[in-house]
Design a protein around this ligand. Structure first.
Ligand code: FMN
Length: 209
């Protein structure tokens, strides 16, 4: 088996934040993934020895900040290469709080979301937290940073942010992700119209952008 194949998988870079017992902590993760869209479920994989992981286990919820390409590497170093056990990562750092009181960032991020953990799977060294998304919001127009971008930047390379255009509004099937591109405006399609790919009703389509 050639485990280098795993480097061809694509990930984002996120900050997982939690407030528990009156203190805030957070760490960098690259393992936040959307599992399903209806219900909207995500999962994150977290090292058991991280302080953030232990706090999430107690609290049962977390906030995710999706870092954008303009995020300084020093932020990733502060949250990803040091533990909150050794110092207060939020000392002098401004953040916002979600409905669960968990911290997230509006600066240098593209979006943020909140998760209520419903299932925890023990993977030995790591915990897999699975849970419903209870809040989601776009926080900036910057391009989300990928893990590959982070590795390039860390080794002194540059990544083009590209031209960021405001996203086009489009109707997307929440089941199979088909994007409606017909001539008739989506709103004017008959109520018994069905997704041409998965045959689900018009009501499962969501407006994105
Ligand atoms: C780019 C990057 C990606 C990371 N991804 C994860 C991850 O997916 N899960 C995880 O548990 N830790 C991940 N880490 C490591 C934690 O951020 C790191 O162990 C942190 O110091 C833990 O801090 P804490 O003890 O305050 O929670 C990552 C670190 C970096 C720099």
């Amino acid at each position: 088996m050639d485990t280098r194949a795993m480097f061809s998988l694509s990930y984002g870079v996120f900050i997982a934040g939690v407030e528990e017992g009156g203190r805030k902590n957070a760490c960098i993760i690259n393992t936040a993934v959307q599992a399903t869209s209806n219900p909207l479920i995500m999962h994150v994989t977290m090292l058991k020895s991280n302080l953030t992981t232990q706090m999430i286990r107690k609290k049962g919820s977390l906030a995710l900040s999706v870092l954008s390409l303009d995020c300084p590497l020093s932020v990733i170093g502060d949250f990803g290469l040091r533990s909150g056990r050794d110092h207060d990562k939020f000392d002098g750092v401004s953040c916002s709080l979600d409905g669960n009181g968990n911290p997230y960032f509006e600066q240098n991020t593209a979006a943020r979301m909140s998760m209520n953990v419903s299932t925890m799977i023990d993977l030995g060294s790591h915990c897999l937290f699975i849970g419903e998304v209870t809040e989601a919001e776009r926080t900036g127009d910057g391009k989300p940073m990928t893990y590959a971008d982070y590795r390039t930047l860390k080794s002194g390379g540059t990544v083009a942010a590209g031209e960021t255009k405001p996203p086009q509004k489009r109707w997307v099937c929440s089941v199979c992700h088909y994007v409606y591109d017909g001539e008739i405006p989506f709103e004017e399609l008959p109520e018994d119209w069905k997704c041409p790919v998965c045959n689900q009703p018009k009501s499962v389509f969501v407006l994105e952008g």
